[in-house]
Design a binder for this molecule. Structure first.
Ligand code: PLP
Length: 449
């Protein structure tokens, strides 16, 4: 875990924390660099090294890709690797079926296609998500209903999601944002009570667990992304997971031009709609190679994130995103926390983030207010939407999408760190905390700069 070089410092700070006393990060700061000024004011960087780079590639990747190349079997209809990957991924997640598709967006598209979602249908999604969650709904001319955020967890607010259901709601699509599970008990109960399928957007949540069971098992289906920034990476790719025999067949058919079963015939398909969202053998090979490390990597992120949370909880004005009680593991695709400038001498979040960058700690303010973006509000005047839903409904839709808690979270508070940073050492985590401690100590001076 920590190299011998780091171990002594780790043990000493772990011991400090282990006392259970209210020991602030300033103690950790002073243990390392007693008089250090923030880097943005000319002091040394708290984190002068680099975080682990992403992606990881070694001989196993290269050999696997060369094998596919030489085999001359490059597509899933020709080779065996995609099927092999699907078996391995199902086993890893403890789910009955997986289907590899061309992206996380394609996974969601396949699920909505297999459910035959279309014009007139409403799909409940969080406002706090990557725009793909919204796009897949709109591509089907269904109405995306954007639900406010639980500011403590950064996740979709389950009570508000329930209040957003109507007779038109055809799918409830929570997103495990940052890789941390939504309140799955609430969503599973909601789906059962109203007889509406729950689809988990688990694109950021590989190997995350709720009550010891991996996410992607709880809804009718789960969607995962293997895009290059994600915790399992094959450049572009994704997977649908489900425990339903019928549903996986429908998904396979949809993603394979409506061709039923595993056939590669030239006949027309079964069902009514389909497209080509197949993944290639190259990606199947990359995924099998990357999967040799995925468990170790996810354990490391989880352990480092928990350690970082213990350190950050000691800093007034820094509040790590809450995990719901059913969470037995987060994938920590993102490490999310809230920043309260009133505990930092009024230093704005933007200046705080710049000071953090200067310390050698990469960061982002994260998602904004999707419901208020021009991209989303333009839907209210889209000619097809006006034709399908009418002016009144589209006007009301803008009102329904108000998300006051999300406005508060995203305008001044939210901060992210990235998954590769959590693949570092305990010492890296201490240096992140040290950077924030320094900035807090000198916040008034930084604010004047
Ligand atoms: C990445 C992501 C997607 C889309 O995945 P792609 O593979 O990039 O298409 C969908 N939803 C969420 C929450 C994501 O983070």
């Amino acid at each position: 875990m920590s190299s011998p070089f780091n171990r002594r410092k780790f043990i000493s700070s772990a011991a400090i924390i282990g006392t259970g006393l209210a020991v602030g990060v300033p103690h950790i700061v002073s243990a390392g660099t007693p008089t250090a000024r923030p880097a943005i004011l000319g002091g040394p960087k708290a984190h002068s090294g680099t975080f682990p780079s992403w992606p990881v590639e070694e001989a196993i990747e290269e050999n696997g890709l060369t094998e596919v190349l030489r085999s001359k079997k490059w597509g899933r209809l020709d080779g065996v690797r995609m099927a092999k990957f699907e078996t391995a991924y199902s086993k890893l997640l403890g789910v009955k079926h997986s289907l590899g598709v061309s992206s996380g967006t394609s996974a969601l598209t396949t699920i909505l296609g297999a459910l035959d979602i279309g014009p007139g249908d409403e799909v409940v999604i969080p406002v706090y998500t990557f725009v793909a969650t919204y796009n897949v709904v709109v591509l089907n001319y269904a109405l995306p209903i954007l639900v406010d955020t639980d500011i403590e967890s950064f996740q979709i607010d389950a009570a508000k999601a329930k209040a957003a259901l109507t007779a038109q709601t055809k799918v409830i699509m929570p997103v495990h944002i940052g890789g941390s599970p939504v309140d799955l008990d609430a969503f599973v109960a909601m789906g059962k009570q109203h007889n509406i399928p729950v689809v988990e957007d688990a694109c950021q949540a590989h190997l995350a667990e709720w009550k010891g069971v991996k996410v992607g098992n709880y809804g009718l289906a789960g969607a995962f992304s293997f895009q290059s920034s994600k915790n399992l990476n094959c450049a572009e790719g994704g997977a649908v997971t489900t425990n339903s025999d019928d549903f996986i067949t429908n998904c396979y058919t949809f993603h394979n031009q409506g061709q039923g079963g595993r056939s590669t015939s030239f006949s027309t398909g079964v069902g009514t709609r389909g497209t080509n969202l197949r993944l290639t053998e190259f990606q199947g090979s990359l995924l099998l190679s990357q999967m040799t490390r995925v468990v170790e990597q996810s354990n490391r992120r989880w352990e480092n994130a928990q350690y970082l949370s213990r350190l950050l909880q000691e800093i007034p004005g820094i509040t790590p995103a809450k995990l719901y009680p059913g969470t037995t593991k987060s994938a920590y695709h993102l490490y999310m926390f809230r920043y309260d400038k009133s505990r930092f001498a009024g230093l704005s979040r933007e200046k705080f983030l710049r000071a953090l960058s200067a310390e050698g700690v990469p960061n982002s303010a994260g998602y904004g207010q999707m419901n208020k973006s021009a991209y989303v509000t333009a839907l209210a005047t889209n000619k097809h939407y006006l034709k399908i839903y009418g002016e009144k409904t589209m006007k009301e839709w803008l009102e329904r999408n108000q998300c006051p808690q999300n406005d508060v979270l995203t305008s001044t508070q939210s901060v992210w760190f990235f998954q590769n940073m959590l693949l570092g050492t305990k010492n890296d985590m201490e240096q992140i905390a040290e950077a924030i401690g320094k900035i807090q100590k000198y916040a008034a001076e930084i604010a004047r700069k």
